[in-house]
Design a protein around this ligand. Sequence first.
Ligand SMILES: Nc1nc2c(ncn2[C@@H]2O[C@H](COP(=O)(O)OP(=O)(O)O)[C@@H](O)[C@H]2O)c(=O)[nH]1
Ligand SMILES: [Mg+2]
Length: 336
Amino acid sequence: MTSDPYGDVGALARLLLSGDRQALAKAITLVESTRADHQDSAALLLDLVATGRKHKQPALRVAISGPPGVGKSTLIEALGLFLISKGKQVAVLAIDPSSPVLGGSLLADKTRMNLLSKDPHAFIRPSPSSNFHGGVAVATSESVLLCEAAGFDPVLIETVGVGQSEVEAAFLVDIFVLLLPPGGGDELQGLKKGVLELADVIVVNKADGDLENLALATAASYRAAMALTTQAGMKTHKVSVLSLSALEKKGIQSLWDTIEIHHHSLVKNGQVGSKHDAQAEHWFWQSLEHQCIEQLKASPRIRKITAQLLHSVRNRELSGRAAALKVLSSYLPNEK
Ligand SMILES: Nc1nc2c(ncn2[C@@H]2O[C@H](COP(=O)(O)OP(=O)(O)O)[C@@H](O)[C@H]2O)c(=O)[nH]1
Ligand SMILES: [Mg+2]
């Protein structure tokens, strides 16, 4: 026995690959750890897990994105239970940059996913931090792989549709589902700017009660807008638009059918592999960037240099840019 709970990484990897959910939870905690002495264990674990899975099919990875309150968690509960009824094992990674882990929103999510979170065929895990970028985003990309290695397929990712987190989420998945409320011409404006490039499926939620007709009309107008942008050559792949009610569990089957159609066409065109290759490259650069900063900050030698430079920066004797270049050239002394 070692005092480090992650000492026996080989055993952890084996347990995880056998589908042990406690091992999965522990493995995710390890890749999320910012402790310097956990970094090598995390890297080893990821390699062992990747080797253990080498010839297996990757899991289908789906992002469910959209503004707060649109019904992402409610939809994931409905979709998750539907998939479990079809014999699947479902993992959910919830990234909510608007709420700290112990904040209200996560508690609310737990109640929204009440049945799913108790189901033995589901694994639900919130993101550890309010900052979905840098190390957190990298760890989430690794968590996707760990869920897949533990036998979960599909892996669903709940992410709030705000700015950069959405773009990062697109690097985690095969299929990007954008959930929108009924009405909301503003959302269409937003769509035109960025998300349009990301979405494979646009879903208008809350098609029930008084909102049903509005939801149908909203879906029709998005459909028309999508047809226009496709005609104009702004988008290279087809976007599906549908409406449903997550609350009343209406339209869940047709959402899943749509997701599968998109996924099949990716597989058929050989695009899944190239997508995963590009994503692996993206997460490599993210990881390198993040680890460079962390190691620079942690190095006593660099800290000493930085302290001296900062004095000059604060006095405006040296520009921030020049100071940063000096730090780098002392870190990479042979490059110049
Ligand atoms: N009428 C209606 N309300 C819904 C639907 N889906 C979610 N809601 C409600 O919208 C609110 C926010 O839902 P939640 O799933 O937490 O949204 P999230 O922030 O996107 O995860 C809750 O009060 C839900 O009950 C739906 O299909 N119809
Ligand atoms: Mg939610």
